[in-house]
Design a protein around this ligand. Structure first.
Ligand code: SAH
Length: 253
């Protein structure tokens, strides 16, 4: 059996209780060493096989899993944040199905949630935006043309851009080309959210590249964009409005 587990954004105590329980029982752990905090490996029992997938191909990962299965050992496949965003998990799940190996998936705290927490931000502010676009700039992995950053930036929604902190010139140019964000629209760079070395750089869309340069942020960071980062300017929620009736509460007249 293989347990895919979201390791969370970095701080070891942001692992879920379920994830911790699975790690404590693992016979084999394969962790994404580029971003998973190695402190989590201390939860694995003595004698547990440990592999760093940053140095492995998909085939080698599958072979390590198959070898563990042959020895009757369960594998925890530990991915950064939540496995469902840029986790390359689907190809593993399909390959495990093809080999007749069972698996399950335990979610984790994605870095886009940890970044909002670090900034004290809410992506979905009434009167500002009710949508969050999670995307990336095309790099060596292509992005479908209709999902180009400029096309997505035409909505003016709250946006989180992964895997692109090394290309902030292009990020900035494409965001502005979308037409909905102004150079003065707030933005932020969040480096290693929840790690001890976390760094935050609040800036604007027009100063993203300069902010990256100034703070030395080139990788392991998220770019957040949108008016949700502005002070004020939003409406209060209906849910907690005294005049609003919900299934749980009668509104005042
Ligand atoms: N599945 C992960 C994302 C993996 S892709 C998740 O849910 O967060 C790797 C990219 O995620 C990095 O290039 C960076 O853009 C972002 N990232 C991962 N951890 C981060 C963190 N702690 N702080 C900021 N960005 C992070």
């Amino acid at each position: 059996m293989v347990h895919f587990v979201g390791a969370g954004p970095g701080a070891p105590d942001l692992l879920t209780l379920r994830g911790a329980g699975l790690l404590r029982q693992a016979g084999c752990v394969i962790y994404a060493g580029s971003l998973v905090n190695p402190a989590l490996l201390a939860l694995a029992p003595d004698g547990c096989r440990i592999y760093n997938s940053a140095e492995m191909t998909l085939e080698q990962v599958l072979d390590a899993i198959s070898a563990a299965e042959a020895d009757g050992l369960d594998t925890v496949r530990l991915h950064t944040g939540d496995p469902c965003v840029y986790g390359a998990v689907r190809e593993q799940m399909d390959a495990l199905d093809a080999r007749g190996i069972g698996w399950d998936d335990t979610p984790g705290v994605s870095s886009f949630c940890a970044a909002a927490a670090a900034l004290g931000a809410e992506y979905t502010l009434p009167g500002v935006s009710q949508s969050v676009i999670i995307t990336r700039l095309a790099g060596r992995t292509p992005v479908p043309e209709q999902e180009s950053l400029a096309a997505l930036a035409s909505h003016g929604a709250s946006m989180v851009i992964f895997l692109s902190a090394g290309m902030l010139d292009r990020v900035q140019a494409e965001l502005l080309a979308g037409g909905a964000y102004a150079p003065s629209t707030p933005a932020a760079l969040v480096y290693k959210a929840s790690w001890p070395e976390e760094r935050l750089a609040r800036c604007t869309v027009g100063s993203l590249a300069a902010a990256g340069e100034e703070h030395g942020i080139r990788a392991t960071a998220l770019v957040l964009v949108g008016d949700f980062l502005s002070p004020g300017g939003y409406e209060r929620s209906k849910l907690y409005d005294p005049a609003f009736t919900t299934g749980w509460r009668q509104g005042e007249r």
